[in-house]
Design a protein around this ligand. Structure first.
Ligand code: SF4
Length: 470
C-alpha cells in the first residue's frame, strides 16, 4: 500500500505542477491549440507512467490500478473537451480549474492539512463532502404549495464547518425545486457566494432555468448545475435546457435516474450521443432512485442483470469514449468501497435533509441525529462524525465492506449486515410513513434475494479481472 501511495503522490505532484502553471498562464495556454495539446500530452504521459510504475511495483489488485488510470484519463479527456468546447468567464474558470481541479482533485492541500489535525483526534481521515437536500415542497390543507427549508444559519454553518474542520471543497445540493430555497431572505446562490472556495453541484429541473437563474449561475462560478434528464431524452424541454446552459457557457452535468423502466433508454447510444454530443453535457450522475432520501421502491429498482448492464455501460463509456458517469451504487471499485457515514479514510459523506435529519447516505433512509438538535446542544460537525451508528458503518466498511468492491453497498448488497448494525444502534426512519415497509419481511426478503443474485453475477469478474488482472 505504501508503494501505491507513493506512486499516486508522485503523479499528483506532477499533475498539480502542470495545473498550477496552467492557472498562472491559462489564457495563453488554453487559447493556443498547440500549447493546450502539449499540456494534455504531458499530463496523459504522467498518468500512463504512473500506471507502468504501479504495475511493476505492486501485484495487488491489478484491475483496480488499471481502472484508476482509466478514470484519470477520462477526467483528462473531460477537462480537454470542456476547455475546447466552452467560452468560459473568468469566474467560471477560476471555479473549475482553481477549486475543482487543483484544490479538490489534485493538490488536496487544504484537505491534507485538515486531515493531520483530524487524524490526531479521531485516528482516521475525515469525510470529503456533504450532500444536502435543503428544501421540500409541502402541500398545505388550505391549498397551494409551500416549501419547508433547512434554516439558513444551520445550512450555512454546516457548510462552513465542513470547509473549516474537514477541508471539504465539495457540496452536492440535491432534491426537488432547489431554486425555491428561501430562508432569512437567502437562497442557494448566497450560499455559494459566502463560500467561494467550495464547489457546489446543484440538481436542477430544466423548467427552472430562466435567464435570471443562468445569469446568477454564471456570476457565481463555483456552481455546476446538474440537469435532471426526464425521458424521452430528446424532448424539446431537455434540448432547450441544455442549449440554455451551454449558450451561457455554464459547465453542467446531467442526472440520469436509471429506474427499471428507463435504464436502457437513458443509457442508449442515441441518448448518450445526444446528451454529450449535441447537448454538450460534461459529466453525468447515475442513480437508481431520485436523490431525495426517500426509501427506494422495490419494483422501480433495476433488476440484478440490469444493474450489471448499467455498471458495464458506464465502464465502457469511461474507457472507450472518455464519458464520465458517476454511478451512486456501482462505483465501489473507484472509490475504495462504500462512502456512507463519512467513509473509512478514502473520502465519504453524510446526507442531510430539509428537516436537518442526518443519514449515512442518500440511498439509506435512516437518520442517527438531527442537525438542529446537534447545533442547539453545542455540538459541531465532528460530533456527527463520531455518532455510534456512523462509527459502526465505518467499522463495517473497514472489515467486511472490502471483500468485493463490485458489491460495496451496505443497503443493497449487505442488508443482513445493515440490519445487525440497526439492531444495536439508535436510529430512526427519515420518513415515518415508510418505517413499517422498511421493517417488513417482504422488503428484507426482497433485498436478501437481490443481493444474493447480484453477488453471484459479479463474483467471477471481481476475482478474475480485479484481483487477477485478466
Ligand atoms: S450505502 Fe450504497 S449507495 Fe450509499 S454510499 Fe454506500 S455504496 Fe454508495
Amino acid at each position: 500500500m505504501n508503494e501505491l501511495n507513493e506512486s499516486f503522490n508522485r503523479a499528483e505532484a506532477h499533475i498539480s505542477d502542470v495545473v498550477n502553471k496552467l492557472l498562472r498562464q491559462w489564457s495563453q495556454v488554453v487559447h493556443n491549440p498547440a500549447t493546450r495539446r502539449l499540456m494534455f500530452n504531458i499530463v496523459e504521459q504522467s498518468i500512463l507512467d504512473n500506471l507502468d510504475f504501479t504495475r511493476k511495483s505492486s501485484k495487488k489488485n491489478p484491475g483496480l490500478n488499471d481502472e484508476h488510470t482509466a478514470l484519470n484519463l477520462c477526467l483528462l479527456k473531460t477537462a480537454e473537451r470542456t476547455l475546447l468546447d466552452y467560452e468560459f468567464s473568468d469566474s467560471t474558470l477560476q471555479g473549475l480549474l482553481g477549486i475543482l481541479i487543483r484544490d479538490q482533485l489534485v493538490n488536496k492541500k487544504t484537505r491534507k492539512e485538515k486531515e493531520r489535525a483530524f487524524m490526531r483526534v479521531y485516528g482516521q481521515a475525515q469525510p470529503s463532502f456533504l450532500m444536502i437536500n435543503p428544501v421540500q415542497p409541502v402541500y398545505s390543507a388550505e391549498g397551494g404549495q409551500k416549501y419547508a427549508c433547512l434554516d439558513w444559519p444551520k445550512l450555512e454553518r454546516v457548510v462552513a464547518e465542513a470547509e473549516n474542520l474537514w477541508g471539504a471543497c465539495l457540496v452536492l445540493l440535491v432534491g426537488d425545486d432547489l431554486l425555491l430555497y428561501r430562508s432569512q431572505d437567502k437562497d442557494l446562490f448566497d450560499l455559494a457566494k459566502k463560500h467561494p472556495a467550495v464547489f457546489f453541484v446543484l440538481v436542477v429541473n430544466g423548467k427552472d432555468l430562466t435567464d435570471e437563474t443562468c445569469a446568477r449561475l454564471k456570476q457565481c462560478g463555483n456552481i455546476s448545475p446538474v440537469l435532471i434528464i426526464n425521458p424521452p431524452v430528446e424532448s424539446v424541454d431537455n434540448r432547450l435546457a441544455m442549449q440554455r446552459l451551454y449558450g451561457n457557457a455554464i459547465p453542467f452535468g446531467v442526472l440520469l435516474i436509471t429506474t427499471r423502466d428507463f435504464a436502457e433508454n437513458l443509457l442508449s447510444t442515441a441518448s448518450i450521443d445526444f446528451i454529450f454530443g449535441a447537448g454538450h453535457a460534461l459529466y453525468g450522475l447515475v442513480s437508481p432512485v431520485p436523490l431525495n432520501g426517500m426509501p427506494p421502491e422495490m419494483n422501480a429498482i433495476p433488476g440484478p442483470p440490469q444493474r450489471l448492464w448499467i455498471w458495464r455501460r458506464s465502464q465502457d463509456l469511461m474507457r472507450s469514449q472518455g464519458i464520465l458517469l458517476i454511478d451512486f451504487w456501482n462505483y465501489g471499485t473507484l472509490t475504495g468501497g462504500c462512502l456512507a457515514g463519512g467513509g473509512c479514510g478514502y473520502g465519504g459523506y453524510f446526507y442531510i435533509n430539509w428537516k436537518g435529519d442526518i443519514s449515512p447516505c442518500v440511498l439509506m433512509p435512516y437518520a442517527a441525529a438531527n442537525l438542529n438538535q446537534v447545533f442547539e446542544s453545542g455540538g459541531c460537525i465532528n460530533d456527527i462524525w463520531a455518532l455510534p451508528f456512523f462509527k459502526s458503518i465505518r467499522q463495517w466498511q473497514k472489515t467486511q465492506g472490502k471483500d468485493n468492491l463490485l458489491t460495496p453497498c451496505l443497503f443493497w448488497d449487505h442488508q443482513a449486515d445493515l440490519n445487525q448494525i440497526l439492531e444495536n444502534e439508535s436510529v430512526y426512519c427519515m420518513n415515518e410513513d415508510f418505517a413499517p415497509v422498511l421493517q417488513g419481511s417482504s422488503y428484507r426478503t426482497f433485498l436478501d434475494e437481490y443481493s444474493r443474485i447480484f453477488s453471484s453475477l459479479v463474483e467471477s469478474t471481481w476475482k478474475e479481472y480485479y484481483q487477477g488482472g485478466h
